[in-house]
Design a protein around this ligand. Structure first.
Ligand code: NAD
Length: 361
């Protein structure tokens, strides 16, 4: 089997971490008997430098021909980089928004996994952490409050602002289907989070999710109000497998969930559309402060590559092998500087990538 992968190295530490993710992907592909054909795509500052804009239509068209796209990260230092002298629609981040929109990436996945070896970075108490947690937040990305009509008016000298939270049942159904499909690749539990005691949009959300659940009798569905979920994430995070929620709730809950894991260099993410296609990238930014120094942690990008194998290519065994290799390297005591602790061996970006690849072989 041969797969076509678009690669956006991007800016800052992007090229360094993507190089290591590719090394790991190639090792897994060789071991599990498939091949990956990469095409490098320009986006963000790297595209501005060549084309004057952060994403060209040709790049979008090229991305659409791929099975999946792996990205490093984009953007520079807003205070010093000339990219930020440009109008907002020509800055690096505009490229990412345009790409997400053009590819109709409506489902955002952010896993929050606590590694035994990195427990010290978790801000929760030991008795709460227990044996750790492994959850995935599935956030609707293209509807809801952030995309509804908004306006600010002045009436009788008083300013009044309105934002609208709109969802139709089709938008809810397609993300619910993704959520249940992905739960089947995990521990087969979906917790749908809403505010159905107050909001009509949440009552529709709940009813459509219940409808979809009928097609997944092997997946356990529960519902939770968003305010309770915010508490439960820090009270008993191990109860969650897949958390399925709308755009704004997901925005807030996914940041909360990632904070409880402790380390920004470890957090992967994926954005999917209705097909198998997805854009896979670390949750962190381009870290211009440490770019080019071979000290960035490549693990978030490597774990994003594992998600690419699992969700876009259905190469679950290869994805498992990458995740196991990451765990083993941590167990063996290797750390990049951002997750370094006493008694461990500090390694650079390249050595971390090489050691993970070694453990896959
Ligand atoms: P950032 O995530 O790049 O960095 C925050 C801090 O975390 C920095 O101290 C950085 O050195 C550290 N850090 C981040 N990733 C790391 C890694 N893999 N290993 C070790 N340390 C790491 O956030 P920022 O500084 O606010 O943003 C920098 C640039 O990234 C901005 O231009 C921003 O717009 C962009 N950004 C891009 C994305 C994306 O491409 N999806 C996401 C967030 C921010």
């Amino acid at each position: 089997m041969n797969y076509k992968i678009g690669v956006i190295p991007g800016d800052g530490i992007g090229p360094e971490i993507v190089k290591e993710a590719r090394r790991v992907l190639d090792t897994a592909a060789e071991k599990y008997g498939f091949s990956l054909e990469y095409t490098e795509l320009l986006m963000g500052g790297a595209s501005i430098d060549v084309h004057g804009i952060p994403l060209t239509d040709e790049t979008i068209a090229e991305a659409k021909t791929k099975d999946a796209v792996l990205m490093g990260s984009i953007g520079g230092d807003a205070k010093t980089s000339p990219w930020y002298q440009l109008p907002p629609e020509k800055r690096p981040e505009a490229g990412l928004l345009k790409l997400r929109k053009s590819l109709n990436l409506f489902a955002n996945l952010r896993p929050a996994y606590l590694y035994e070896e990195l427990k010290a970075a978790c801000p929760l108490r030991d008795e709460i952490i227990g044996d750790g947690f492994d959850m995935l937040i599935m956030r609707e990305l293209t509807g809801g409050l952030y995309f509804g009509a908004r306006r600010t008016v002045v009436e009788n000298g008083v300013r009044e602002a309105t934002d609208t939270l709109v969802y139709n049942e089709n938008e809810i159904r397609r993300i619910a289907i993704k959520g249940f499909d992905i739960a089947r690749k995990r521990r087969k539990k979906v917790c749908s989070v809403d505010k159905a005691n107050v909001l009509d949009s949440s009552r529709l959300w709940r009813s459509v999710v219940e409808d979809v659940a009928k097609d997944y009798p092997d997946v356990e569905l529960s519902h939770m109000l968003v305010d309770n979920c915010a508490m439960q994430l820090v009270k008993n995070p191990a109860q969650f497998d897949v958390i399925l929620t709308e755009n704004m709730f997901g925005d807030i809950l996914s940041d909360e969930a990632s904070m409880v894991t402790g380390s920004i260099g470890m957090l992967s993410s994926a954005s999917l559309n209705e097909t198998k296609f997805g854009l896979y990238e670390p949750s962190h930014g381009s870290a211009p402060d440490i770019a080019g120094q071979n000290i960035a942690n490549p693990i978030a990008t490597i774990l994003s590559a594992a998600m690419l194998l699992r969700y876009s290519l259905d190469q679950d065994a290869a994805a498992d092998a990458i995740e196991a290799a990451v765990r083993q390297v941590l167990k063996d005591g290797y750390r990049t500087v951002d997750i370094m602790s006493e008694g461990c061996t500090q390694v650079g970006t390249e050595e971390m990538g090489a050691r993970i690849a070694e453990r896959i072989r």
